[in-house]
Design a protein around this ligand. Sequence first.
Ligand code: PLP
Length: 411
Amino acid sequence: MATINDNYLKLKAGYLFPEIGRRVNAFAQANPDAKIIRLGIGDVTEPLPEACRTAMIKAVEDMGDRTTFKGYGPEQGYAWLREKIAAHDFQARGAAIEADEIFISDGSKCDNGNILDIFGHDNTIAVTDPVYPVYVDTNVMAGNTGNANDKGEFDGLVYLPVTAENNFTAQIPSQKVDLIYLCFPNNPTGATATKEHLKAWVDYAKANGSIIFFDAAYEAYITDSSLPHSIYEIEGARDCAIEFRSFSKNAGFTGTRCALSVVPKTLTAKAADGSNVELWKLWNRRQSTKFNGVSYIVQRGAEAVYSEEGQAQIKALVSFYLENAKIIREQLTAAGLSVYGGVNAPYVWVKTPHGLSSWEFFDKLLETVNVVGTPGSGFGAAGEGYFRISAFNSRENVEEAMKRITEKFKV
Ligand code: PLP
């Protein structure tokens, strides 16, 4: 009889979002008149920028003409897109990344999981706690962990707590770890990293032969000009870091799908025979074998992000969500809550009041003001006692939710 990958059975059964859905549905059924506002999910709400839509419509026309029709494209993505990304997102910021070190994909979520294909199973892996759950679950699926304990922590992973006490910046581990996941601006805490903090990680990684997976999905939300957008702005990062980026949150591509990974040609890791192998070659081999590229139409849409109009339109889009975040921060503070993040990030991270657990606070907010957020404990044990509010919503919903909180909700 066929057998399964038993690692899937180690995954936690009651996943966060289904449980939120269950509680919200139960409340809605019991209170059919309640107008529930959902500020829990990290999906965007505003339409695609016009420049992207126009480019995609033109690309559809290209597909309708034999002379401009495109079949399979390069698995790594079209050069015209990779060159614009290299010039605008990296070289213009002093990061020496070349177009052929960039791999276009259909999502950062996929890239974050797929990258494990090119690494061994004996690596020690560190994640922050709380964390974007994909980093943990993909390692569980790949067999890189043991079982989970009562708190949901997997044996074999090194958890680096990030809380208000350490200003939401993980301490560099005293032990040696081989792979480290960093995400800045952070989902879920909204924290950012200074150049000094990233430099400390790069120095650690270089001293220990570690590789940093740097998730910059929210880099467009950085408004503070002193903060780095890419880990490659830090000297030495080309020798120890892989970066992941996405068009999901800067240009609203969550449903359109386009992202990229950067694997510098200078990056190596050890083979079983002790030799150093270029990770770029392995990733290129992996992508060419298991992936057939992002559609031409979508890549043309992503390219338009780099036009003058595209740049202005994505700036407006990001500013819109950041203004939502500002309203959320100000109103929750006025309601007596302690809030973090939401300045250079679309997420506001709230300390639950009166020692309420994350889920107790979730229920209280749902029942008193009919507003839904995400319990911090769902992102990891150290997220207990916190709550995530997303700025991805219409202005009307954000204003209404915050009005209800300041009027009816007393800490
Ligand atoms: N990385 C982080 C930290 C995210 O929060 C998300 C989506 O919410 C992603 C990656 C996924 O991005 P994509 O839509 O490109 O798959």
